[in-house]
Design a protein around this ligand. Structure first.
Ligand code: GLN
Length: 395
């Protein structure tokens, strides 16, 4: 993303390099062609009844005015319990938790609270498309750290080579969108050691923390010495299949939380009050069997889509976490990823996201598209069938 200095404009320079979110654009393209949308990551199956009931109940109970700016007390208490129970992490809800309008607002509020103009923020590549623009909103510079294909591991020497006096933070997303990579303890420990040595913050995006097929989800904040220099972003969109509710969470040490809360207050005042109550009920009432069943179902969906893509001629591997598959289509088509995505939408009736939007250098995503599998089995089966018919492989 480069910022032109030539454009005469009534708009702020920081916006000039922004393009429309390719992910959301593809949703509009899918709708226009009535295609199966395997582009944007949102479920086509219902949210848990318990949550829906709790939200309706909260509205009927007139929980309809502003919640506490940094989060409803009941939700922050439920989050304290969650972090203690699941990760053995002691968190003080009064001083260390902020509830936001989704993880998207969380990430923007965090960066605005801890990054100064001129700072550098390290962003591993491929990335979820918001991190670079979030840094630019702070007049900071995103510095790109390519992850090594095909397994997308994090090369610590390469990271070390990118750290300068201006490095304020690294953003780590695990389980990862779009690669499905789950960083290992060794990788995270190496980043943690470097963060301590060179004095930068680690900002994590753990929105897929419960969607894990292999390996272990390790919050960086639980590594020794890291609690005080880690900001943990997560939320309920993926865990409870409620991407439209916009309830996100931040855990950070008290001094950072104080700044984050001020930014969050000026940005949005607070997240939707009745929906925060419902998320608290979800955390309190849904036990291990809910999380197990969710992962079992996602594992099944993963198999359907991986098999479907491979049998249609795509090259891809099952992801270890999250619900995305990066698929190489170079054996199917010589087109670039954008053209191929449009053609697939028009002619196959299936919409992916062109992968160049996950790379700072579009050429790196030229032969890749991203498919989501947060969809009903029959949706994925229908998509696989259409893809096979399109490529002529078994169709
Ligand atoms: N995280 C989802 C994705 O990557 C949704 C993105 C969005 O539109 N906010 O598709």
């Amino acid at each position: 993303m480069s910022v032109s200095t030539k454009t005469p404009s009534r708009t702020a320079r920081r916006t000039w390099g922004f393009s429309e979110s390719v992910i959301r654009e593809m949703t509009r393209v899918a709708r226009a062609h009535d295609a199966i949308n395997l582009g944007q990551g949102f479920p086509d199956f219902p949210a848990p009844d318990l949550l829906k009931e709790a939200a309706c109940q909260a509205i009927r109970d007139d929980v309809n005015q502003y919640a506490v700016t940094w989060g409803a007390p009941r939700l922050r208490t439920a989050l304290e319990d969650k972090y203690r129970r699941v990760y053995g992490m002691e968190v003080e809800g009064d001083r260390e938790i902020t509830v936001t309008c989704g993880a998207t607002e969380a990430m923007a509020a965090v960066l605005l609270a801890v990054v100064d103009p001129g700072d550098e923020v390290i962003v591993p590549v491929p990335f979820y498309e918001n991190y670079g623009p979030d840094a630019v909103l702070c007049d900071a510079t995103p510095v790109h750290l390519p992850l090594e294909a095909p397994d997308f591991h994090l090369d610590i020497d390469r990271l070390r080579g990118l750290v300068t006096e201006k490095t304020r933070a690294i953003i780590l997303n695990t389980p990862n969108n779009p690669t499905g990579r789950v960083f290992t303890r060794e990788e995270l420990q190496a980043v943690a050691d470097l963060a301590i040595e060179r004095d930068f913050l680690v900002i994590t995006d753990e929105i897929y923390e419960h969607i894990l097929y292999e390996g272990e989800h390790i919050p960086v904040a639980t590594l020794e010495g890291m609690r005080d220099r880690t900001i943990t972003v997560s939320g309920f969109s993926k865990t409870f299949s409620i991407t439209g509710w916009r309830v996100g969470t931040i855990v950070a040490p008290p001094d950072l939380t104080a700044a984050i809360r001020k930014v969050h207050d000026f940005l949005t005042v607070g997240a939707p009050a009745p929906l925060q109550e419902a998320c608290a009920v979800g955390l309190e009432s849904l036990g291990p069997e809910y999380y197990q069943e969710m992962v079992d179902k996602y594992r099944e969906r993963r198999t359907i889509l991986v098999d479907g893509l491979q049998s249609a001629g795509f090259r891809c591997a099952p992801p270890a976490g999250a619900y995305y598959i990066l698929a190489d289509f170079s054996e199917i088509s010589p087109l670039d990823d954008v053209e191929f995505s449009l053609r697939l939408t028009r002619e196959a009736g299936v919409t992916p996201v062109p992968a160049s939007s996950f790379f700072h250098d579009p050429a790196m995503g030229r032969n890749l598209v991203r498919f989501v599998f947060c969809k009903e089995n029959h949706t994925l089966e229908a998509a696989a069938e259409r893809l096979r018919a399109f490529t002529g492989a078994g169709g």
